[in-house]
Design a protein around this ligand. Structure first.
Ligand SMILES: O=C(O)CCC(=O)C(=O)O
Ligand SMILES: [Fe+2]
Length: 338
């Protein structure tokens, strides 16, 4: 029996006039949606997961040599604590930040595993994936701007309000992240929280997951309960197509829209009742605009009234000014890594 699915599946290859409205509906309710009809093939996604598995199989002392500095590098088991009020998350990860979103290149001033940097095939795969993820990100941001009816200004057309804040020449917090949650087979009757409850810090997040490796749960703004995000197959007949990508709103799109778009709380949990055989691997792209972007309300008739009532305001109390994307990221990252 197919697992029940609390999320909409939206095919963006068939973009018709109703797509922005459907997307907006999903993102103002659950804050999460499955994006089908992207242009990742199954083969590309398999190669990315193969790369991830092979990296995490490298000796621990090799991986530790690239321990996270800034927001790039290896995150060893229990180093990250997405919910600082709870105990450690048992997972390992590799973050690649300071990306050139146009070329997919990583700023070489960072400490990047030579296993990636000095291997043409691996580095090419990473670069092309970053480029594709960013194109998908920009396409979705434009669709959201259209749905929000953002007004044209002297600065840019309304549809480009978000994308114009993604200047590939400027530094941003955008990050590609590989995660590995091993099966432990502990007898914890409550199940195991593997990534503590949190919201994402960027504009939006795009996530690949695999069949039989579920575990992601959202705290639904509608039902006010934890709901499981299943693995779903593509509804596209193109056989080469990878399954739908999980997309969710992060804090910045919530701030920009005075809370209309939902930055939904989520976590990864392995259920006690499950007879889980496989580790979970996930691959995540966090989309962030250029560092100096202000988190001000967007010029949209849908948002104006909400913003006036003070919802989602991100003014720094001391400065009386809107905070920037970088300030928000720094505030969130500080308590996360130990
Ligand atoms: O592995 C997952 O499914 C979730 C990861 C996540 O939420 C995160 O890294 O922010
Ligand atoms: Fe997350």
């Amino acid at each position: 029996m197919a697992a029940s699915n609390p999320l909409k599946i939206i095919d963006i290859s068939q973009t018709g006039p109703s797509t922005p409205a459907e997307l907006l509906d999903a993102l103002t309710t659950q804050g999460f949606v499955f994006v089908d009809g992207h242009d990742f093939t199954q083969e590309e996604v398999d190669s990315l997961f193969d790369l991830s598995r092979a990296f995490f199989q490298l000796p621990s002392d090799y991986k530790q040599r690239y321990s996270i500095v800034g927001n790039t590098g290896y995150i060893t088991f229990t180093k990250e604590n997405l919910d600082p009020a709870k105990k450690d998350d048992f997972k390992e990860g590799l973050n690649l930040s300071d990306l050139d979103l146009a070329t997919g290149e990583l700023n070489p001033a960072q400490l990047i595993p030579d296993w990636i940097k000095d291997d043409d095939a691996r580095y090419e795969l990473i670069k092309s994936s970053i480029r594709k993820l960013n194109s998908l990100n920009l396409k979705l941001l434009e669709s959201i701007a259209v749905a929000l009816e953002i007004e044209d200004s002297g600065e840019c057309a309304g549809a480009q309000w978000f994308t114009s804040r993604y200047d590939p020449k400027l530094k941003s917090g955008s990050t590609l992240r590989f995660l590995h949650y091993p099966v432990l087979n502990s007898n914890n009757s409550e199940g195991e929280i593997r990534a503590g409850a949190h919201t994402d810090y960027g504009s939006m997040t795009l996530l690949f997951q695999r069949r039989n490796q579920e575990g992601l749960e959202i705290y639904s703004p509608i039902s006010k309960r934890w709901e499981k995000v299943p693995y779903v197959e593509t509804e596209n007949t193109g056989a080469a197509m990878a399954p739908p990508i999980v997309m969710n709103i992060g804090d910045l799109l919530s701030y920009w829209t005075a809370g209309l778009l939902k930055s939904t709380i989520h976590r990864v949990k392995f259920d006690a009742s499950e007879s889980r055989k496989e580790d979970r691997y996930s691959i995540v792209f966090f989309s962030h605009p250029s560092d100096e972007t202000l988190l001000e309300p967007v010029p949209s008739p849908l948002i104006r009234a909400r913003a006036r009532s003070g919802r989602g305001v991100t003014k720094d109390e001391a400065k009386g000014e809107f905070i920037t994307a970088l300030e928000h990221l720094q505030r969130k990252l500080a308590p996360t890594y130990q």
